[in-house]
Design a protein around this ligand. Structure first.
Ligand SMILES: Cc1cc2nc3c(=O)[nH]c(=O)nc-3n(C[C@H](O)[C@H](O)[C@H](O)COP(=O)(O)OP(=O)(O)OC[C@H]3O[C@@H](n4cnc5c(N)ncnc54)[C@H](O)[C@@H]3O)c2cc1C
Length: 278
């Protein structure tokens, strides 16, 4: 198990923002994860760091979930047991080789399997596609022991699961993927990358969508004026994306709160997707 002192969290998030972890712990197997979690202190968990906005504070213990289980085990045709530390791209490439697939639209998502399952990552609401579509069961660490949840017990909803904002850690997932030919999956991945190049603003650090529920007209206005505070602003290219151009946590939060205020003024619903460490 690696333990780093005073580790900058900026390096571990796609938004490139955040304070330090007094102890940054990287378990390299399940036993190490269990013992790292066995602490009285307030623990924060980070996967791919692609959906988190972190304040410039000091955090006692941050556990990095990126190394403890990177295994992909083929069980039977279409069925796999996948460790939570596996990168989504690695999972997709691996199942595609066996002529399985179905989640190629996640090829552009810079997250890990554990984070994606926790957030129930997917395509936009109108596409009705998310990673839980092919989940059979999830193994999670709950109060020091592993508990298996069948899909129906996982509370999956739009960008939601029972694992989100809980003290449970997703450690492995059993999937049952449909058949997809190698040529078809290659085509789908290429299309996804092209679509993202065209539509997603990756000119500056970001964490994907800020809100999971919002008013389209308000967000179009926010995009048009590129609502900003200090070095943080909403993208003019991609609606609902906040960019970090040398800003800080206060400025990022100010942008988010201004959009929430606009929704309040016009009595529209608005719900955050990004996880915020205050
Ligand atoms: C360029 C870009 C594109 C994106 N595109 C999409 C998209 O198309 N669709 C989409 O849904 N999202 C998208 N996102 C958002 C993000 O990538 C997803 O939500 C992703 O699934 C988060 O995974 P992660 O491993 O990075 O989680 P993190 O950001 O590290 O963590 C998110 C939350 O989950 C918790 N967590 C992480 N791992 C675990 C675990 N094993 N067990 C329990 N809790 C855990 C963390 O504590 C945190 O609260 C995008 C982000 C970026 C930067």
């Amino acid at each position: 198990m690696q333990i780093k002192q005073n580790e900058s969290l900026k390096e571990h998030t796609t938004f490139r923002m955040g304070g330090n972890a007094i102890r940054y712990v990287i378990p390299e197997n399940l036993n190490e994860l269990v013992s790292a979690c066995n602490s009285e202190e307030n623990i924060k968990f980070i996967g791919g760091g692609s959906n988190i906005l972190i304040a410039e504070h000091e955090y006692e213990i941050v556990i990095d979930l990126g190394k403890f289980d990177t295994s992909i085990q083929r069980l039977e045709d279409g069925k796999y047991r996948v460790g939570a530390s596996v990168r989504l791209q690695n999972l997709i490439n691996s199942i595609n080789k066996d002529e399985n697939g179905g989640i190629e639209y996640l090829f552009s998502v810079p997250g890990l399997v554990g984070g994606a399952v926790t957030m129930n990552a997917g395509r936009g609401r109108k596409y009705n596609k998310c990673i839980s579509d092919y989940i059979v069961s999830v193994d999670a660490l709950v109060d020091g022991s592993i508990k298996t949840f069948i899909k129906e017990e996982c509370g999956f909803g739009y960008r939601n699961s029972i694992f989100k904002n809980s003290n449970m850690i997703v450690v492995a997932v059993v999937f049952d993927f449909p058949k997809v030919s190698v040529s078809e999956s290659e085509k789908l991945k290429k299309e996804r990358i092209e679509l993202c190049k065209e539509n997603q603003d990756n000119s500056l650090p970001n964490f994907g969508s800020v809100f999971m529920e919002y008013d389209f007209k308000i967000m179009n206005f926010v995009k048009k004026i590129s609502l900003r505070s200090g070095g943080c602003h909403f993208s003019r290219k991609t609606s609902n994306w906040l960019l970090n151009d040398g800003g800080n946590y206060k400025k990022a939060l100010k942008c988010i709160k201004r959009v929430e205020l606009l929704h309040k003024i016009f009595r529209r619903k608005c719900k955050r997707e990004v996880i915020i460490w205050e």
